[in-house]
Design a protein around this ligand. Structure first.
Ligand SMILES: *Cc1c(COP(=O)(O)O)cnc(C)c1O
Length: 358
């Protein structure tokens, strides 16, 4: 038994909406707690999956290299196909990266607050976490503070960009400048789970840095803008040598057949992605306008969620729940994260919130 694991608490997923509906006597509960896509999935996904099921190829192992998906992504992103490693969700990639590159006593840097999986997986490997507060005005990673926190023990830096839960975004030029100052033996992992929601910079991605720095990696998922959270597909793009190590440890068939089919169909439908990004941006503006009007402190978001500070946050979350809206609590006191929902749900939530505040 690893001693480190005894002291850790597992990730607590949101309560299933069916249970909430029953408990509160509601017909419908909108799940706006995990940044899933309220617009669903490209309709091409269901068609492709049904077709694959009807072909009945479940007796065969999946393609362990996810060849077709790999090539389609490589071509669109302008990276080498062999530099991609797939995971059963980006969660698995975070676990894999930690397992391969961290040893007991190593140190990682993560923002505070940020996605909790980076820290959890580092602790499982016996590494220690050094937290770097996010920029208190923008909610983005404070890159100078990260640089000042590097020690000889630092092995990895996790940058979630845009950052979950704050929604703050760092531009590629700033990340490039940052990379020139990071020691070459420190791996910088840029988690771009929400990159397609960014509107403030085009193109928004740090992908060009892959050609300039060996010690940078970019991570993506199909769970958010592609609306494929239920199918579990994520990936990392990294340098030749690190990819070799990751492939050695990765389970040979971690992406099942239907996940590959679904991801291929979803990725081919970039029109769906653009539509979701446009609708989300409009609703995001509307949320920010509402919060500003009510003098609620929030971070300007470039993602599909918004993070704000209200007194009696838990009571407000409960009020939302009573009305069929499940949001994310459990961050710092007084802070809530709302996934940006469908237009009618956003309006309804803002009404509930306005009533609560008055
Ligand atoms: C949702 C999320 C993930 C996990 O994605 P999966 O592919 O569903 O495992 C990773 N990183 C961040 C920042 C996320 O918000």
């Amino acid at each position: 038994m690893k001693e480190t694991i005894k002291q850790l608490a597992s990730y607590v997923p949101p309560t299933p909406t069916e249970m909430i509906a029953q408990q509160y006597g509601l017909k419908r509960v909108a799940k706006l707690s995990a940044n899933e896509n309220p617009y669903g999935t490209s309709p091409k996904v269901a068609a492709a999956v049904i077709d694959a099921v009807q072909q009945g190829s479940g007796n065969w192992y999946p393609d362990g290299n996810a060849t077709e998906l790999r090539e389609m992504i490589a071509q669109k992103l302008g990276v080498k196909a062999e530099n991609i490693v797939f995971g059963c969700g980006l969660d698995e990639i975070i676990t894999l990266v930690s397992r391969v590159f961290l040893e007991a006593g190593d140190e990682i840097l993560t923002a505070e607050p940020t996605f909790s999986e980076y820290g959890l997986n580092a602790q499982i490997e016996g590494a220690t976490i050094k937290s770097v507060p996010i920029d208190s005005q923008s909610g983005a990673n404070d890159l100078n503070a990260f640089l000042n926190s590097i020690t000889p023990n630092t092995k990895m830096i996790w940058l979630c960009n845009p950052n979950n839960p704050t929604g703050g975004y760092n531009e590629t030029a700033a990340l490039r400048d940052f990379m020139t100052q990071v020691p070459k033996d420190v791996l910088v992992l840029i988690d771009e789970a929400y990159i397609d929601f960014v509107r403030s910079a085009q193109p928004a991605s740090a992908l060009p840095l892959l050609e300039e720095f060996d010690n940078v990696a970019v991570l993506r998922t199909f769970s958010k803008i592609y609306g494929l959270a239920g199918y579990r597909v994520g990936y990392i793009i990294a340098d030749d040598q690190r990819v070799r190590y990751l492939q050695t440890v990765r389970l040979p068939y971690n992406l099942n057949t239907l996940s590959q089919v679904a991801a291929l169909a979803a990725f081919a439908d970039q029109e769906f992605v653009e539509q979701v990004a446009a609708k989300n941006a409009k609703e995001r503006d509307q949320w920010e306008k509402f919060l500003k009007q009510h003098h609620i402190f929030y971070y300007p978001s470039q993602a599909n969620f918004i993070y704000f500070k209200v007194p009696d946050a838990d009571q407000l979350a409960e009020r939302f729940l009573e009305n069929g809206y499940q949001i994310r609590t459990g961050f710092a006191a007084d802070w809530l994260r709302v996934t940006i929902g469908l237009p009618n749900d956003n309006l309804a939530m803002q009404q509930i919130m306005a009533d609560f505040l008055n």
